[in-house]
Design a protein around this ligand. Structure first.
Ligand code: SF4
Length: 344
């Protein structure tokens, strides 16, 4: 069995467990969604049957928690050890109203190479399976209680692993499993145009965030090499398609690095580029990552940038800086890990 039960649909669970009756698959599925980690917890399954299952599938989860780091602000970062020895990180962020957001990884490392991102500097090893994605959610929930939101903003580019991300989201959305609403789930992409189009055509219609960083083509290409494959015009056309398919507002993320993309020219370029799109902009003061050649923006730069957006009628907010004490903030994931090499 390649995949653990945690990432399976009920019919797949029934097959993996060799159940004669299909409803048994659904029974196990319910227990897993409630966070059960062993068959003994599944009290509506007869003891003899549980023994058979334990002998057949000695471990329900495919991954384990290798390290836990808690910030003073309550953010929790976990390092997860995967079945092949590779590792990823995931984070739980709690806002002042007590809403808990799980920030999940979709790949081991990331192939996109964004210049300002710790994960991008690690390289790429492989995609995560839906089981490895859902287990991050359960590990965080077991430590911090009920999770209200999920964002695919951890390590990796989710639209390059869309099939496994879709399977995980199906479990997150299913009212008979975790039961989140589609508005509580956000996929964040660096701008993979075919993935955005695929999502627009086939769903799930969750919220979409795009890490724009800059709407000046040369600056964006320097900071995000994806811009050389999918330029800003192509990206905008795909976002219009997504918006037409879902009717949802799109979030643009602008991580601001002092002097690199934080000036008034960058803010004005974003305003121009966003015309015709229904967007909200999250301005993210860049979080320091040792070894990367950028600095945090000054308060004046940040305020001037926000003012230009607001004066042009764009709804803009400044992302709260949470999780910085454990290097769990945006762009910082991966500091507990080594560069990703096959077999590492
Ligand atoms: S910002 Fe996102 S897409 Fe870019 S390298 Fe980091 S994890 Fe990958």
């Amino acid at each position: 069995m390649d995949k653990a039960l945690t990432g399976m649909a009920p019919a797949e669970i029934a097959g993996a467990c060799s159940f004669r009756e299909a409803f048994r698959g659904r029974q196990v599925y319910h227990w897993l969604a409630r966070g059960a980690t062993d068959f003994d917890a599944m009290s509506d399954i007869a003891k003899a049957e549980r023994e058979r299952l334990k002998a057949r599938i000695p471990r329900i989860y495919s991954s384990t928690v290798a390290q836990e780091l808690e910030d003073e602000d309550g953010s929790l970062k976990l390092q997860i050890r995967l079945k092949d020895g590779a590792a990823v990180e995931c984070v739980l962020l709690e806002d002042i109203e007590g809403r808990k957001t799980a920030c999940l990884s979709s790949q081991v490392g990331c192939p996109m190479g964004c210049a300002f991102c710790k994960t991008g500097s690690l390289g790429f090893l492989r995609n995560l399976g839906s089981d490895e994605i859902i287990e991050q959610f359960h590990f965080l929930g077991a430590r911090k209680g009920e999770i209200s939101n999920v964002v695919f903003m951890g390590m990796g580019e989710p639209l390059l692993n869309l099939e496994e991300v879709r399977k995980a989201i199906a479990i997150l959305l299913d009212p008979e499993a975790i039961g989140l609403s589609r508005r509580k789930i956000t996929i964040s992409t660096s701008g993979i145009v075919p993935g955005i189009r695929d999502l627009a055509a086939k769903g799930p219609q969750v919220r979409l965030a795009v890490s724009l960083t800059s709407a000046i083509p040369g600056t964006r290409s320097d900071l995000m090499p994806v811009n050389k494959s999918y330029g800003l015009e192509e990206l905008k056309a795909a976002l219009i398609e997504y918006q037409e398919a879902t009717g949802e507002r799109i979030t643009l993320e602008a991580a601001l690095m002092g002097g690199a993309n934080s000036g008034a020219d960058s803010a004005r370029a974003l305003v121009e580029w966003a015309r015709g799109l229904h967007v909200q902009v999250n301005v993210i003061p860049w979080n320091k990552v040792p070894g990367l050649p950028f600095s945090e923006p000054s308060r004046d730069e940040l305020e001037a940038y926000l003012r230009i957006l607001e004066d042009s009628g764009i709804e803009a907010s400044r992302r709260m800086r949470r999780g910085r004490g454990v290097m769990g903030a945006c762009g910082q994931l991966g500091d507990t890990l080594k560069a990703q090499e096959p077999g590492a």
